[in-house]
Design a protein around this ligand. Structure first.
Ligand SMILES: [Zn+2]
Length: 429
């Protein structure tokens, strides 16, 4: 199992040591991990996720404060993680803050000597990044391609970029512990195959995980790009510590990553969150999904750029779509702000229904439109306040994500880290 993880049977450095300890120590074999209560699993997930964000470690008291869990629950959890070889405790460099009693210790994740790889397929680009198991990006590379219509070459490019960023981070492919990728459309989670009907018509029948695994000689986890964005903001960005939130990827298409109880919600078959294909009253244009009047036909980065080209053009100088500056630089232009605000209000009207259904604590905005800044966010806030039930609207803070265009690839990194730890421990981390 672990030799397979390394790709060629060569013992992987720290990971193999960890694997041996995990196998032999009592309390963490597959039988015991299977009997962990849901609550204990949830606690483990929470503690590992927080430690993954603090590479220098945290005291037990800090863990208790950050999770809201009791000191004894943290103590049980840390003991279990120590037994499994997942964490170590060492003296705090700051000593005991009170100056009395026992010297404080810090808990930190075992530093696996390897890398994980995150891959993000956009509609017209592929990005790959190599990172440590703490989520620190070591090297990132990207390439442009018509991903929607050229799935085979997109897989080739992703594999090439993954190998390149691993090499440039000073590692070999044998050091790779986990790989995850986000694709710009829905994946049937029962079969891991892109099935019709789909908005990615040229991907139908493709099994992206198998395709990438074949090219890289390593298992690959796959998810929807909006789910990956949600995961990225949850692990490293604006949604840290949030249990119930929506991540909206508003770019060429519009999708939602739904997180409930700290976990992504994908629905029965993996299609949850396709809000871009919600019908808008009076909209009649055909959509790439085969329906008419979808949200995406009214609002997308493409339609907004077209509107901005019209609004920002001068009498003498017509403006091409591609001459529009990054949307985040247009907040101070009153005309542009009105276009972005109107787009936000249209998306917000659809989101209001979702806020009513799910009562999230936050709506985190990402993608090119979502990263445009205050005018777009304010438009969404207006509509959520107007059309959602007041109590739910008040509870849902609408915020711009912190990771911008990196949210999806960072989410893929978080997914790769989680998959690695799952393989090591058999736990639901
Ligand atoms: Zn549609």
């Amino acid at each position: 199992m672990f030799a397979g993880l390394a790709g060629n049977g060569r013992p992987g450095k720290g990971i193999c040591r960890l694997a041996k300890e995990t196998r032999t120590l009592p309390g963490m074999d597959s039988k015991d991990s299977g009997s962990l209560s849901a609550r204990r699993k949830r606690t483990r997930d929470q503690v590992v996720a927080i430690l993954a964000q603090h590479s220098s470690g945290l005291t037990r008291a800090s863990l208790s404060r950050m999770t809201g869990l009791s000191a004894s629950a943290i103590s049980d959890c840390v003991s279990s993680l120590r037994s499994s070889g997942l964490v170590v405790e060492s003296s705090s460099p700051l000593g005991n803050a009170s100056g009395r009693g026992r010297r404080a210790t810090v808990v930190s994740l075992v530093n696996d000597e390897g890398v994980v790889v995150g891959i993000d397929f956009g509609h017209a680009h592929v990005t790959a990044a190599a990172a440590t198991t703490s989520g620190e990006v070591l090297h990132r590379c990207a390439g442009a391609l018509d991903v929607d219509h050229r799935p085979g070459p997109a897989m080739d490019l992703a594999a090439e970029l993954a190998r390149e960023c691993v090499a440039r981070s000073g590692h070999g492919i044998d050091d790779v512990l986990g790989i995850a990728a986000g694709i710009p459309g829905p994946l049937d989670i029962r079969t891991q195959v892109v099935r019709p009907p789909t908005i990615l018509a040229d991907w139908v029948g493709l099994a992206p995980a198998a395709e990438l695994a074949r090219r890289l000689g390593h298992p690959v986890s796959i998810g929807n790009d909006a789910d990956m964005g949600a995961r990225g903001e949850q692990a490293y960005g604006a949604a840290r510590g949030l249990e119930d939130f929506l991540y909206i990827k508003a770019s060429h298409g519009i999708g939602a990553g739904i997180v409930i109880g700290g976990r992504p919600y994908r629905g029965a078959t993996g299609m949850a969150g396709e809000i871009g294909h919600t019908q808008i009253p009076d909209a009649v244009n055909w959509c790439r999904c085969g329906s008419r009047g979808c949200l995406e036909t009214v609002v997308s980065s493409t339609t907004v750029r077209r509107q901005l080209a019209h609004v920002l053009a001068t009498h003498e100088d017509a403006l091409a779509d591609h001459a529009i500056p990054p949307l985040s630089e247009l907040s101070d232009n009153p005309a542009a702000a009105r276009v972005l605000g109107e787009a936000g209000r249209t998306v917000g009207r659809v989101l209001a229904g979702l806020v009513n259904c799910l009562n999230p604590s936050a709506v985190v905005l990402g993608g090119e439109l979502g990263s445009a800044g205050e005018p777009f966010a304010a438009g969404i806030r207006d509509s959520v306040a107007r059309y959602a039930q007041p109590a739910s609207a008040q509870a849902a803070e609408v915020i711009t994500g912190r990771l911008g265009a990196e949210a999806e690839v960072r989410g893929a990194i978080a997914a790769a880290v989680a998959a690695t730890r799952r393989r090591l421990t058999g736990a639901g981390v």
